[in-house]
Design a protein around this ligand. Structure first.
Ligand code: FMN
Ligand SMILES: CCCCCCCCCCC(=O)C(=O)O
Length: 368
């Protein structure tokens, strides 16, 4: 019997319900890879919990009959400040992989950042639909391989490069170690680098591959190298302290890699204001990690982010219902943000200010 109508009748109404569907749909190894964090998963829990500790301060009697969620980044207009974060291996969730995610993002007029570890080829994602897309980069010990991938992304029309700076080596994801995680290979490395792995008996194959290939010597001087091989603007993804704010890049992304790298790193929403202050308006600041609600997007904007990126929610949507699921997750977050803006009396993202939120620090100060 065709039960698809029934499925459509019972669509999830929030990200948490998509996560439950994804868990049912996916093999344990894939779900654990997507959902998991590093070591004790303290930061993983904190990324979400820190949002729950921020309280909204709504303003009323504002005419909110028209809400404009649009914003700009690098001169590109987005329908809302929600970007699809780079996450690797979408074929773990769906056979169409990143092509399906790209179509979902494009249909919502959302920018998607394609992961360096995508399971679809850069060229296949680029030709899957018309959209503004960014490319995320890791730097291999063999710099030529990374440089080749950057050039391919640029010639495919990708508009910006996000250099991930929190991964000199892969964090210890214990579920992946236990599950002997095997990562889907893309065609991206064909003819460039062997991805053969003969040790299938122990630990995470992804961790072994990362340790063998990623360049742990990557440092500030390499930003100049990167600028010499591309004319795409460069964002640094993975900054969580004011000390690591340096001039010379097009933007900064406050990220702890979805808590998959350094456990006990700060929750990103807790680190955001420190970084925003250090950047002092010089370039846009984005944030990701733990965003599961439109109110979370609102809080991040109130604390100074130009836009947010969401990782797991879109992956869960893809796993649960393919392209339609990924699209629905983005639409739901957009819908929730619209309601949050209306109920806080903000007609545009420019009207969202610091005074619309109260953090724990504010609360303690107001008690004195
Ligand atoms: C399954 C998965 C794969 C990821 N792969 C990458 C990647 O290839 N490159 C990267 O820079 N970040 C990667 N990330 C981190 C995301 O870009 C983003 O920082 C994180 O997912 C945000 O947290 P959230 O999942 O709570 O939204 C990955 C995250 C997940 C969950
Ligand atoms: C085609 C494989 C490229 C491997 C690069 C290093 C591993 C990154 C794995 C993706 C990632 O960032 C994650 O959090 O997982």
């Amino acid at each position: 019997m065709d039960m698809s109508w029934k499925m459509e009748d019972n669509l999830p109404v929030n990200v948490r319900e998509y996560q439950e569907l994804a868990k049912k749909a996916l093999p344990k190894m894939a779900y654990d890879y997507i959902n998991g964090g590093a070591e004790d998963e303290h930061t993983l829990r904190e990324n979400i919990a820190a949002y729950t500790r921020i309280i909204l301060r709504p303003r009323v009697l504002v005419d909110v009959s028209k809400i404009d969620m649009s914003t700009t980044l690098l001169g590109y207009t987005m329908r809302s400040p929600i970007i699809v974060a780079p996450t690797g291996g979408h074929k773990l969730a769906h056979p169409e992989g990143e092509k399906a995610t790209a179509r979902a993002a494009a249909s919502c007029n959302a920018i998607m950042v394609l992961s360096f570890s995508s399971s679809c080829k850069i060229e296949d994602v680029a030709s899957s639909c018309n959209a503004i897309r960014f490319y995320q980069l890791y730097v291999y010990k063999n710099r030529n391989v990374s440089a080749t991938l950057v050039r391919r992304a640029e010639s495919c029309g990708f508009k910006a490069l996000l250099l991930t700076v929190d991964t000199p080596m892969l964090g210890r994801r214990e579920a992946d170690i236990r599950n002997k995680m095997v990562f889907p290979r893309s065609g991206n490395l064909e003819g460039l680098m062997t991805t053969d792995d003969h040790d299938t008996t122990n630990g995470s194959q992804l961790e072994r591959f990362a340790r063998a290939t990623l360049d742990p010597s990557l440092s500030w001087k390499d930003i100049e190298w990167l600028k010499s091989i591309t004319s795409m603007p460069i964002f640094l993804k993975g900054i969580v302290t004011a000390e690591d704010v340096e001039a010379g890049v097009a933007g900064v992304i406050v990220s702890n890699h979805g808590a998959r790298q350094l456990d006990y790193a700060p929750a990103t929403i807790a680190a955001l204001e420190e970084v925003v202050r250090a950047v002092a308006g010089a370039v846009p600041v984005l944030v990701d990690g733990g965003i599961r609600r439109g109110t979370d997007v609102f809080k991040a904007l109130a604390l100074g982010a130009r836009a947010v990126m969401v990782g797991r929610p879109v992956f869960f949507g893809l796993a649960a219902r393919g392209e339609a699921g990924a699209r629905h997750v983005i639409e739901m977050l957009n819908g929730e943000l619209e309601v949050a803006m209306a109920l806080c009396g903000c007609r545009s993202v420019g009207e969202i200010t610091r005074s619309h939120v109260m953090t724990e620090g504010d609360r303690i100060r107001s008690l004195l």
